[in-house]
Design a protein. Structure first.
Length: 246
């Protein structure tokens, strides 16, 4: 048996030495199919061939929640774009999904998400706001995209009644060049005279009400009977009025 094995090995060596071209060709016929099979197997594994997932509908979900849902579906997540926060959506909310929800794709496919920016869209004040009538200031802020439904108008005694004294957000006064979020809580100080405090609430239409706060003038005599002073709305019970039609 040993002699036969040695004889076969010697015969192959002699054949390889005498016919190298034919020997290499035979070797290629054996090796190439094996390499091709291994390559196909690798491609199938790499591309998840034959394994599919349905793209779930994650529109309207927060980013973290959408990420978990897509990962459970064996899909990769890519945030491809963001849009300005209009002020009424939570930052990270999904607004667009590509491929569209319901599409059948291979497992491991990248899903591209468009999300709402985490910070509300900001606008720049380009015009002075003080010493203007209230209606023009409200219209200007609305045209900038600011949500005016939540604006508080605070009546304050002023030498020039009927005009805006100042516009604030938090402890910051808004002026030319100021940046403000479209969903910011804004307070407008509206100047009135002492006489206007008596008639202000009855002179306006009830539609499009804006809740007003009132700062009492410093010159009111604290000893004056209550029935001799104009009735003022309390902070806990503001009176709805509409300064836009004053």
């Amino acid at each position: 048996m040993v002699k036969n094995s040695n004889s076969a090995g010697n015969a192959l060596k002699q054949f390889w030495s005498k016919h190298p071209v034919i020997s290499n060709f035979i070797l290629m016929l054996v090796v190439i199919p094996i390499v091709c099979l291994l390559l196909l197997l690798f491609v199938d594994i790499w591309t998840h061939h034959g394994r599919t997932s349905v793209v779930p509908d994650v529109k309207g979900l927060g980013y973290e929640t959408a990420l978990e849902v897509l990962k459970e579906a064996d899909l990769d997540v890519v945030v491809s774009d963001s849009v300005d926060n209009p002020g009424n959506l939570k930052g990270g909310t999904i607004v667009e999904v590509i491929p569209k929800p319901g599409s059948v794709v291979k497992q491991g496919r990248e899903v591209y998400l468009t999300i709402v920016a985490y910070n509300a869209h900001q606008v720049t004040i380009t015009e002075p706001l003080a010493n203007r009538d209230l209606k023009s200031v409200m219209n200007y802020l609305s045209n900038l995209g600011i949500d005016t439904s939540g604006i508080t108008v605070k009546r304050v005694p002023w030498l020039y009644p009927g005009s805006v004294v100042a516009v604030h957000t938090g402890n910051r006064t808004l002026d030319v060049g100021s940046r403000v979020a479209v969903n910011a809580r804004i307070t407008i100080e509206y100047g009135v005279s002492d006489e206007m405090l008596d008639t202000f609430d009855n002179a306006l239409e009830p539609a499009d009400t804006v809740y007003l706060e009132t700062t009492e003038p410093d010159n009111i005599d604290p000893a004056m009977p209550e029935n001799d002073t104009p009735e003022q709305p309390s902070p806990t019970n503001p009176q709805p009025v509409n300064p836009l039609y004053d």
